[in-house]
Design a binder for this molecule. Structure first.
Ligand SMILES: [Zn+2]
Length: 167
């Protein structure tokens, strides 16, 4: 059985992780101009890290591509379209852009999708481990086993209590 998505990529470029950490720190949730600016800055920096073209990023629920396809990457015009800002969604669609630019993981749609899930979730976890753990345990991250992260949180709490009790 393959490793869970969030543990699939263990050696993501440190600069990409750092840039993602900075993105999370700007707390860019939403659809406003600040969120869009943060998303575009992130995309251009990470594109530079991987030596690929900078994709266009659009955050607009009324955009025709969003209405047709939802969160998506359009290879024809190298455009990422999101309905609302999300670090994982941005990273996921960016990975599809990277796949198109490098020709990697394009054999089947399932392979491309699997790779995009694994890269975006591994990246988010590496960049913001506590936030990831909290959201995962709360069942707020697709394709991540919430039960496992709840058990992990339970063990961490039990350990903290044991350490306090031993003092
Ligand atoms: Zn996808």
């Amino acid at each position: 059985m393959p490793a869970p998505y969030e543990r699939r990529y263990r050696h993501i470029d440190r600069r990409a992780i750092h840039t993602t950490r900075l993105l999370v720190r700007t707390r860019p949730w939403g659809r406003d101009a600040a969120a869009l600016a943060s998303a575009r800055t992130w995309a251009s920096r990470v594109a530079e890290v991987y030596g690929i073209e900078v994709p266009t990023v659009i955050i607009d629920r009324r955009h025709p591509d969003f209405r047709l396809f939802g969160d998506s990457y359009r290879p024809m015009n190298r455009t990422i379209v999101l309905g609302t800002f999300s670090v994982v969604s941005l990273a996921h669609e960016f990975r599809h852009h990277w796949q198109q630019q490098t020709g990697a993981h394009l054999t089947t749609r399932a392979d491309a999708e699997d790779d995009a899930r694994a890269w975006s979730l591994s990246l988010f976890r590496a960049a913001a481990p506590r936030r990831f753990a909290r959201m995962a345990a709360a069942g707020r991250i697709h394709f991540v086993d919430a039960g496992e992260w709840r058990r992990r949180a339970g063990r961490a709490i039990a350990l903290a209590h044991a350490l306090e009790g031993g003092r």
